[in-house]
Design a protein around this ligand. Structure first.
Ligand code: NAP
Length: 255
């Protein structure tokens, strides 16, 4: 039984992972902004015999993160595991490039995770026990078309986590980086079956990696292989292969 916070628990990967953790017996604090979705998940978990607390929290706001931690620890005791999953991002298009979009993406995927670290780390260090888990992405490995902000943010997140792992060595706090490729979080997802993974399959793998306290876990195998191959390619060839494969901006609606 490990007291756990899952951020971004209102939908997708975070929802599925939080549900799995709670239904196997871990008390789970569910953090996200959409409280009604968290309440519904908490009720579902309670009906299944698990313990969960829904906490409205924007992880980019330090005061909200601190308050969410206080509420979570009042309910369950010291947080032993943080799953920093809240994240995501919009495509980056060169013809409509905006620095503020990059900043927003970094704010959610990097600074938002750092704010959660900032909240839980003092307690974990004092107890000399804890587990920080971040949901990164295979998009962190190399530049990708129409994903500049997101790839940059996830690369920064991976480096942040790895750096902290070095500094936390011998201090009782482990760090796990989960790096999924495309995950189908919606029933009608258009993501290709061979190159993407169903959300339940993804979170089953994540749970195994968390329990084993692995440093890094990436999947699915086909995307890991393609990413590894891509990393070895010379830049000129890599760019030629990926040019034009990004997303297309949606046409603007008439004013
Ligand atoms: N799906 C994929 O293909 C894929 C692949 C690799 C990595 N990932 C990563 O996996 C994680 C989950 O993604 P997903 O696909 O499950 O996306 P999702 O369904 O859009 O879920 C994102 C979650 O983050 C929460 N969130 C967003 N902004 C937040 C904020 N400011 N404060 C607190 N919570 C916030 C959302 O809740 P609220 O809106 O209620 O706040 C939601 O629960 C992300 O870090 C994503 O980058 C996803």
């Amino acid at each position: 039984m490990t007291v756990t916070v899952v951020t971004g628990a209102s939908s997708g990967i975070g929802r599925s992972l939080a549900r799995r953790l709670a239904l196997r017996g871990d008390p789970v604090a569910l953090w996200a902004r959409r409280k009604p979705l968290l309440d519904a998940l908490a009720a579902e978990i309670a009906a299944g015999g698990g313990r969960a607390l829904a906490v409205a929290c924007d992880v980019t706001e330090a005061a909200q993160v601190a308050a969410a931690l206080r509420a979570s620890e009042a309910a369950f005791g010291p947080v032993e595991r943080l799953v920093a999953n809240a994240g995501g991002g919009e495509p980056t298009f060169v013809d409509a490039f905006r620095a503020d979009d990059v900043r927003a993406c970094l704010d959610l995927n990097v600074v938002g995770v750092a704010r959660c670290f900032e909240a839980v780390l003092p307690g974990m260090l004092a107890r000399r026990a804890g587990h920080l888990v971040v949901v990164g992405s295979l998009a962190a490995v190399r530049g990708l078309p129409s994903a500049g902000a997101y790839a940059a943010a996830k690369a920064a997140l991976h480096q942040l986590a790895e750096s902290l792992r070095i500094d936390l060595r011998g201090r009782g706090v482990d760090v796990t980086v989960l790096a999924p490729g495309p995950v189908r979080t919606k029933p009608k997802s258009k993501k290709g079956r061979g190159t993407s993974i169903d959300v339940e399959d993804a979170t089953a793998r994540m749970l195994r990696a968390i329990d084993a306290r692995r440093r890094y876990a990436a999947f699915p195998a086909l995307v890991v292989a393609a990413t590894t191959f891509g990393r070895l390619l010379p830049a000129a060839l890599y760019e030629r292969l990926l040019a034009g494969r990004g997303r297309t901006p949606k046409p603007r609606s008439a004013p």
